[in-house]
Write a protein that binds this ligand. Structure first.
Ligand code: T3D
Length: 263
């Protein structure tokens, strides 16, 4: 047994981060925030890492904030939740979303509160058929955070975003796939293999090109059409100078499988 709240392994270009507080459904306490911060820093700084897989240990993916750290006795001052977001959740979400490598989240079980929105900051979300997404915030008088009020309307539209955020009912993985909230719902037994296989595939692809694709797609939510055309021009210029682009064209001309180095 380990008392580490976040496990990190790196193998053949794939980093795997596992949330590891299974007894409380991997809910976030301060130690887990700190260890996540360190794990993402390691991933970001290791040039050999070309894709990330995020998952949870035990039967749940993540139940959001550990509420046992939030009980307040009558007469006590209310905790400053804005400070908690500013210091912990917002940096985590920014750090994950802005990684320069492709990210895959394997939602292995219930994902609630911040734990339902963390996966939405990844590029691909695969969820076990038994998993559920719960915007649990409204049930305790809070506002969806961890990017939820931004991601939900983007992904599923305002009507469904309001239903999820204001009713807090569980959304099944199948429905989440049908609504376009996630990439795929897969059988429970196949989840980790499928997620790893997708992450391994991504780790062999043109890493810098994929990072530029992410940049362009992320910018599209703020840009108009003309600004986006200009951005595509600038990013294509960068992509065209990569070693992997040369390799891609050479491999095509020579009718062979390309061997991308991520450079
Ligand atoms: O505070 C700030 O910093 C602001 C940021 C807030 C971000 C947030 O995420 S707010 C939202 C917090 N999360 C929730 O409100 C979800 C609370 N949990 C649940 O509603 C349910 O546990 C689930 C729907 C996720 C799962 O239900 P179920 O029936 O499958 O499991 P369970 O029996 O409720 O939970 C299993 C254990 O995990 C249980 O402990 P026990 O009784 O076996 O010792 C339960 O207390 C614990 N657990 C689950 N969620 C949390 C938790 N312990 C602490 N904090 C939790 N969030």
């Amino acid at each position: 047994m380990t008392d580490q709240t976040v496990l990190l392994s790196i193998e053949e270009g794939v980093a795997r981060i596992t949330l590891n507080r299974p007894d409380s459904l991997n809910s976030f306490n301060l130690a887990m925030h700190e260890e996540m911060h360190q794990a993402l820093k390691t991933v970001r700084q290791d040039p050999g890492v070309r894709a990330l897989l995020l998952t949870g240990s035990g039967r749940g993916f993540c139940a959001g904030q550990d509420l046992s750290d939030r009980s307040v006795a009558p007469g006590d001052e209310a905790p400053d939740l804005g400070e908690s977001l500013e210091k912990h959740y917002n940096p985590l979400l920014r750090s994950l979303r802005n990684l320069n490598i492709p990210t895959v989240c394997a939602v292995n079980g219930v994902a609630a509160g911040a734990g339902a929105n963390l996966p939405l900051a990844c590029d691909f979300v695969l969820a076990a058929r038994s998993a559920k997404f719960i915007q649990a915030f409204c049930k305790i008088g809070l506002v969806p955070d961890s990017g939820g009020t931004w991601s939900l309307p983007q992904l599923v539209g305002m009507a469904r975003a309001k239903g999820l955020a204001m009713l807090g009912e569980p959304l099944s993985a199948e429905q989440a796939e049908q609504w376009g909230l996630i990439w795929r719902c897969v059988d429970d037994a196949a989840l980790q293999d499928e997620a790893l296989s997708l992450t391994r595939h991504l780790a062999t692809q043109p890493t810098r090109g994929l990072a530029l694709i992410k940049r362009a797609l992320h910018a599209s939510t703020d840009n108009g059409f003309d600004a986006q055309l200009d951005l595509e021009r600038d990013l294509q210029r960068l992509a065209g100078r990569t070693v992997d682009y040369r390799e891609g064209v050479s491999a095509f001309m020579e009718k062979r499988t390309p061997h991308f180095m991520g450079e």
